[in-house]
Design a protein. Structure first.
Lengths: 109, 113
């Protein structure tokens, strides 16, 4: 089966920039999506199609792609950004339309 | 308003069955593919299954293939997940999702004797 790899944790101080990576072999061919999830809540889409931001998501959230790695960047991190972040994509064959990374816990120090 | 509401979760013994429902409202349900995603306690998100907008195609995660069946009734704006031969490792919050933008609040399934 297809896997997406994320770091388990990232820590930053308020106001700094957080970068969360996600690696997968099919990422050059498949879009990536990023979700924020806070305890007890459903996931919230923060980036779609690698770098697009849904309506209502702050501009400090951005996404980029380079080869087999996609990156979620949160500029000027705020305390409220502390959450789990998941990347999601698809395998190249279409057998697995949604595949999630293992998730990254963002801690705001 | 636009929303998805899951129901049908609960406590079930290993080997038994359970059917989850997801009621959609506020959008044209029959125009969208729909997913089930689950999250075991303290763990990450795991995609479970998808069904095409018209029910013509269905795909499953390897972990549930042959045990779970996704279906939909477009006349009732409802998505289903029939779960058979349940195992302890199926214990999770189950979410239905339209596309990445719209998720339900989840329903908890606990498989325990």
């Amino acid at each position: 089966s297809y896997e997406l790899t994320q770091p388990p944790s990232v820590s930053v101080s308020p106001g700094q920039t957080a970068r969360i990576t996600c690696s997968g072999d099919a990422l050059p061919k498949q879009y990536a999506y990023w979700y924020q999830q806070k305890p007890g809540q459903a996931p919230v889409l923060v980036i779609y199609k690698d770098s697009e931001r849904p309506s209502g998501i702050p501009e400090r959230f951005s996404g980029s792609s380079s080869g087999t790695t996609v990156t979620l960047t949160i500029s000027g991190v705020q305390a409220e950004d502390e959450a789990d972040y998941y990347c999601q994509s698809a395998d190249s064959s279409g057998t697995y339309p949604w595949v999630f990374g293992g998730g990254t816990k963002l801690t705001v120090l | 308003q636009v929303q998805l509401v899951e129901s049908g979760g609960g406590v079930v013994q290993p080997g038994r069955s359970l059917r989850l429902s997801c009621a959609a409202s506020g959008f044209t349900f029959s125009s969208y593919g729909m997913h089930w995603v689950r999250q075991a306690p303290g763990k990450g998100l795991e995609w479970v299954a998808v069904i095409w907008y018209d029910g013509s195609n269905k795909y499953y995660a390897d972990s549930v293939k042959g045990r779970f069946t996704i279906s939909r009734d477009n006349s009732k704006n409802t998505l289903y997940l029939q779960m058979n031969s349940l195992r302890a490792e199926d214990t999770a919050v189950y979410y239905c999702a339209r596309d990445g933008l719209l998720w339900g609040q989840g329903t908890l399934v606990t498989v325990s004797s």
